[in-house]
Design a protein around this ligand. Structure first.
Ligand code: GLN
Length: 295
């Protein structure tokens, strides 16, 4: 870029054209809003406004980072999720808009007013905090096996003033015998050899938050198999998964005798989450245990 004074619109156009991103204009607007302190809507209202030298220098430094591929969320240090702004860093997955569809599905369930809810592998705390913001009477626990993620989720909870209980645990391993009305999780679900791991933001995210074995289902298998022991009768397990894993995940729920199994779609209308209910008569959940009512 030359040193001639450039308007916000010119700066946005030049920056956006230089990004390899699915959302180049949005990326440029988010960076310019951060560098100038001006709102994104003001760029449309006053496209001729000219940032001062310091604002422009800050913007150009951020544009350079984005050009090198660094995620916008890491450059800004925050990411919007649901109605919340979350602090993010490279210890966790960057919250995705599609995960908001799980939050909606959780809110649509008929749960007790004081429901005990667990978010497994909470990362930034996104799901747990979105639920806490909508259902103040729920008792929400969140866990992560990465200490830096636990710290980050606690930081977000305290910044937002939302009372969730964040603990360090690898899935269920570090939790007491408590049972939940709802267990929700966005676990790693990408297959180890998936080429999409070498593209875009995921290159900057921890592999532990993304990759789950050869078929991407290792962690989902674990959660579905052991989730049932951690649910109250009629409690729900709700998990995010890849757009092409709906059938495989429903099969896992069926094999573990969950009821009311259903898959829901994300904003792009792709399969994104599956849920199932632990039946009140759980004898069927263990194929080795005989059903006393069976003839
Ligand atoms: N949805 C993310 C992606 O495909 C992956 C999230 C995850 O593995 N939980 O980029």
């Amino acid at each position: 870029m030359s040193d001639a004074p450039l308007t916000t619109e010119a700066l946005l156009r030049i920056a956006a054209a230089s990004f390899e991103s699915d959302t180049p204009r949005l990326d440029a607007e988010l960076l310019l809003a951060d560098a100038t302190g001006w709102s994104r809507t003001s760029f449309r209202a006053w496209p001729e406004r000219v940032p001062d030298t310091a604002q422009r220098a800050r913007f150009q430094a951020q544009v350079e980072e984005r050009r090198r591929g660094r995620p916008i969320a890491h450059i800004l240090g925050e990411q919007g999720f649901w109605s919340l702004s979350l602090v993010v860093n490279d210890a966790t997955l960057i919250p995705r808009p599609d995960t908001e569809c799980l939050v909606e599905a959780a809110l649509a369930l008929a749960l007790p007013a004081q429901a005990h809810v667990l978010d497994l592998g909470t990362g930034t705390g996104a799901i747990a905090l979105a639920l806490a913001s909508e259902r103040p009477s729920w008792q929400i626990m969140a866990c992560d096996c990465v200490p830096a993620a636990v710290e980050l989720a606690r930081l977000n909870a305290s910044k937002l003033g939302l009372p969730i209980d964040v603990v360090t645990s690898h899935w269920f391993a570090g939790l007491s015998g408590q049972r939940f009305d709802l267990i929700v999780s966005n676990p790693p679900y990408i297959a180890r050899a998936d080429t999409h791991l070498f593209q875009g933001d995921v290159r900057y995210e921890p592999e532990t938050a993304l990759v789950a074995g050869a078929d991407g289902l290792d962690d989902l298998r674990h959660l579905i198999l052991h989730g049932s022991d951690r649910l109250v009768a009629n409690g729900w397990l709700l998990v995010e998964h890849g757009h092409d894993q709906g059938e495989a995940v429903r099969d896992l729920f069926k094999a573990c005798a969950y009821a009311d199994i259903a898959t829901g779609q994300d904003y792009g209308d792709r399969d994104r989450y599956t849920l199932g209910r632990k039946p009140s008569n759980t004898t069927a959940a263990n194929p080795n245990r005989r059903d006393p009512h069976a003839g």
